[in-house]
Design a protein around this ligand. Structure first.
Ligand SMILES: [Zn+2]
Length: 310
């Protein structure tokens, strides 16, 4: 284990920017997936000024714990897998075959042609702490590749692993197709639909009004609730299920392939159209939805709830 670097060494390169800038040293290494120096710097700097980097600190911790005991293997030209042999319940060949199959299924279903570089990391079992953000799986937009982290325990059940990889790989696709412009409620709508995570009982709760059917802003905020508290977890779960219901509604209209074209809709505008969207202060989603489905966000939320009630 390396010793802590003095704070001054980390901040001096940013001159007078001081404490705020210092934390960006950590982020830069983290986004390049240079986990070792990121962890080193994070240990020196804590979670940054005002705790801005707390979530990143915890992510780095989990990815660092894993990196200490992992092996990274290349599966094909776009996929690498990082795994901890002792923590896996199936051999590498089976994990690799399953991961490729799950990602390719998403590409096929959503009509996705590109294959951006991806690292799928099976997080060490010791990294599965209650305070780890995204301990059930998350996707991070990094520079050398998109990084998908999932728990090693998923290798116990191939169907569970498939579901989680499809969900996370849909995030990889959304990020790349929409140039990162797709809001979280729609990102999760596509991912939940890719993973097949909608529960029928949820639809009944939305239909009866037992669960509130919230607007896009409230829905996006729902994902940010504190998952450590019971109330917070409930709101987060409802947010995922409302997004899943919206994804399902879009799937019924134009299939998963339609959702794929919706993601492309963010990034296929001319400069003039993009300029107009910005000048009008319009949500990019409004334009993308109209392009593919001929209605906007408000209509989507309204019609989806009507459909559930019927
Ligand atoms: Zn997700």
């Amino acid at each position: 284990m390396s010793s802590h670097k003095p704070w001054v060494d980390l901040s001096s390169r940013y001159g007078a920017n001081g404490e705020y800038a210092a934390w960006s040293v950590v982020q830069e290494d983290y986004y390049w997936d240079r986990i070792e120096p990121a962890y080193d710097a994070a240990k020196s700097l804590g979670s940054g000024s005002m705790g801005v980097g707390m979530t990143t600190f915890r992510l780095i911790e989990a990815e660092w714990v894993t990196r200490q005991v992992s092996e990274i293997r290349e599966v094909n030209e776009w996929l690498q897998i990082e795994w901890v042999p002792d923590d896996a319940d199936m051999p590498f060949s089976a994990i690799a075959a399953e991961a490729v199959r799950s990602c390719e299924k998403v590409c096929y279903d959503f009509g996705y042609k590109d294959r951006p570089k991806v690292l799928i990391t099976l997080l060490a079992r010791t990294a599965n702490t209650p305070w780890a953000p995204g301990r059930h799986g998350f996707c991070m937009d990094k520079y050398p590749y998109e990084k998908v982290c999932i728990p090693s325990a998923l290798t116990r059940d191939i169907a569970d692993m498939d579901e989680v990889i499809r969900h996370e790989y849909a995030h990889v696709m959304n990020m790349n197709r929409s140039n990162g412009l797709c809001p979280i409620w729609l990102d999760e709508a596509a991912a939940m639909t890719a993973g097949g995570d909608l529960q029928r009982e949820s639809l009944e709760k939305f239909a009866s009004g037992e669960w509130p059917w919230v607007d896009p802003v409230t829905l996006s905020q729902g994902f940010q609730q504190n998952r450590e508290s019971k109330d917070g977890r409930e709101i987060v779960w409802r947010a995922y299920q409302q997004s899943a219901a919206i994804g399902e509604y879009l799937r019924l209209l134009q299939g998963l392939e339609g959702i794929g074209r919706l993601m492309d809709g963010y990034a296929n505008n001319s400069l003039i159209v993009d300029l107009f969207i910005r000048l009008k202060g319009e949500e990019p989603t409004e334009e993308a939805l109209n392009e593919v489905y001929d209605f906007g966000i408000e209509a989507l939320f309204h019609r989806c709830l009507e459909q559930i009630k019927n």
